[in-house]
Ligand binder design. Structure first.
Ligand code: ATR
Length: 278
């Protein structure tokens, strides 16, 4: 019998997950279908009950349900529990297991373009995406991470909550502008610069390290103002398509035991977005 997978969120109609997962199932020869389901917060509990009752094999969870789903699951893995968000659920014989592939997906994508050992990293933002990325980056050997967030108390709280004061500190906007040239890798996790406000950037660039990596989790637009500005100054840039593809690939691996072709996933997303460069 065909297996059913899906994604729950609101809004969900523009999700590109069905496109890349259905393609990956087809490529790998699985008899499976992936469906997007629009689920309002008030219906989340019933939706999860429905997933169980229908025997759905696994599903992704996106905004706004990544935190709220946790108490509705049977088991949550350690990293997802610490991050406080689940984006992937696996149904094993009726037991629902929750994972977070956002942080690991992001770090795998970043490692495609730079090694991380002995690197100084700046994370811009302290929201849900920053939490997953910060927690996962902190597991890497020999890195130093600073956080800049518009609301400084939130980045300070994050460092405190993860007990990472030995490798991370919070900096102000002025410090971020002045000291940007110290960082090997700059990770942009806020919504600043996202369509339709594409002329915005969270940090004006004065000076950057030559060859620094600038990575933005946004993929609409394909190249944010921050990435454009950094490229002009000599940075190597990476947009959010890479993280999106890797988090999907890791979810697919949780469900099937096999990694799909991430380059193909990126290509499909790029075509869908009409992107011109990575
Ligand atoms: P997500 O789960 O996508 O990370 P979130 O948890 O709402 O979303 O976090 C949004 C992040 O973008 C936060 O770091 C937020 O900064 P604040 O903590 O100060 O709110 C940041 N952000 C959103 N709009 C911003 C803006 N106009 N300027 C600067 N930072 C902004």
């Amino acid at each position: 019998m065909k297996k059913l997978y899906g994604v729950i969120g609101a809004p969900i109609e523009h999700s590109m997950s069905p496109l890349i997962h259905n393609d990956a199932f087809h490529q790998k020869g699985y008899n499976a279908h992936y469906q997007a389901f629009h689920v309002e917060p008030k219906n989340l509990k019933e939706a999860v009950v429905g997933m169980r009752a229908l025997g759905v094999s696994g599903f992704n969870v996106t905004i706004p349900h990544k935190e709220a789903i946790i108490p509705l699951l049977d088991e949550v893995d350690d990293a997802a529990g610490r991050i406080g968000a689940v984006n992937t659920v696996v149904n094993r014989d009726g037991i629902l297991f929750g994972y977070n592939t956002d942080g690991r997906g992001y770090v795998e994508a970043l490692k495609e373009i730079t090694s991380l050992s002995n690197k100084r990293i700046l994370i811009i933002g302290a929201g849900g995406a920053a939490r997953a990325i910060f927690y996962t980056l902190a597991q890497e050997e020999g890195i130093q991470v600073d956080l800049y967030n518009r609301t400084a108390s939130k980045s300070a709280d994050l460092i405190h909550e993860f007990s990472l004061g030995h490798l991370a500190q919070t900096i102000s906007l002025d410090e971020a502008i002045e000291r940007l040239g110290d960082y090997d890798v700059v990770v942009q996790t806020t919504s600043v610069g996202m369509f339709p406000k594409t002329d915005e950037s969270p940090v004006p660039l004065k000076k950057i390290k030559q060859g620094a990596v600038f990575s933005d989790i946004i993929y609409n637009p394909y190249e944010t103002k921050l990435l454009k500005d950094a490229k002009v100054l000599g940075a190597v840039t990476q947009n959010g398509v890479h993280m999106f593809a890797y988090q999907a690939a890791l979810a697919f691996e949780h469900w099937t035991g096999h990694l799909p072709d991430t380059d193909r996933m990126k290509k499909l997303v790029k075509e869908q977005l009409g992107g011109i460069s990575c």
